[in-house]
Write a protein that binds this ligand. Structure first.
Ligand code: CMP
Length: 133
C-alpha cells in the first residue's frame, strides 16, 4: 500500500557529509521524494518534534543534539513506506544496527545515530506538521 513517511538526516550525518549517500539509498530503494528541506531545529521545535519522549531521562540530550546543527528532512512516498524505511534505517543503537542498514553502515552512537524515521502513520503526520508546517 502506498504510504508516506518522514526521515531526518541528523546533525552528525550532515557534518560528516553523508546526506547524498543517505538520500540515495531511499531513491535506489524506489521511494519518491515529495519534500526536502535543510534547516536547524529551534529548541522549542525540537521539544515539540520529540514530545512523545518528554518523560524519558535522555530527553534533554535528545533535544540538544537534534538542535545542535543543520539537518535534512524529507517526506518520501512508496509501498509500505513507514515499516520499510525503519528497516532501511536499522536499530536505534547504531552500534547494534545490522550491517547493510544506514545506522549499521555509518554510525556507532545513540543520540548521534545518523537518521530519524517516523515509527507510525500518526508519528509521520505529527512530525511532518512540526517540520514542514
Ligand atoms: P530517533 O529515531 O531519533 O528517536 C528517538 C531518539 O532517542 C533515538 O533516535 C535516539 O537518538 C534517542 N535515544 C533513544 N534511546 C536513548 C538513550 N538511551 N539515550 C540517549 N538517546 C536515546
Amino acid at each position: 500500500m502506498t504510504e508516506q513517511t518522514l526521515f531526518i538526516v541528523k546533525p552528525d550525518a550532515v557534518a560528516r557529509k553523508l546526506v547524498g549517500q543517505i538520500i540515495s539509498r531511499f531513491e535506489s530503494k524506489g521511494f519518491k521524494i515529495l519534500k526536502l528541506k535543510m534547516f536547524t531545529f529551534t529548541k522549542a521545535q525540537a521539544e515539540e518534534f520529540y514530545s512523545v519522549h518528554n518523560t524519558k531521562p535522555f530527553f534533554g540530550e535528545l533535544v540538544s543534539f537534534i538542535a545542535s546543527g543543520p539537518v535534512v528532512a524529507a517526506v518520501i512516498e512508496g509501498n509500505n513506506a513507514v515499516a520499510t524505511t525503519r528497516l532501511l534505517v536499522g536499530a536505534t543503537k547504531s552500534f547494534e544496527a545490522a550491517p547493510g542498514s544506514i545506522r549499521g553502515d555509518f554510525g556507532l552512537g545513540i543520540s548521534d545515530n545518523i537518521i530519524h524515521a517516523s515509527d507510525s502513520k500518526e508519528s509521520f503526520e505529527k512530525e511532518a506538521r512540526v517540520v514542514f508546517q
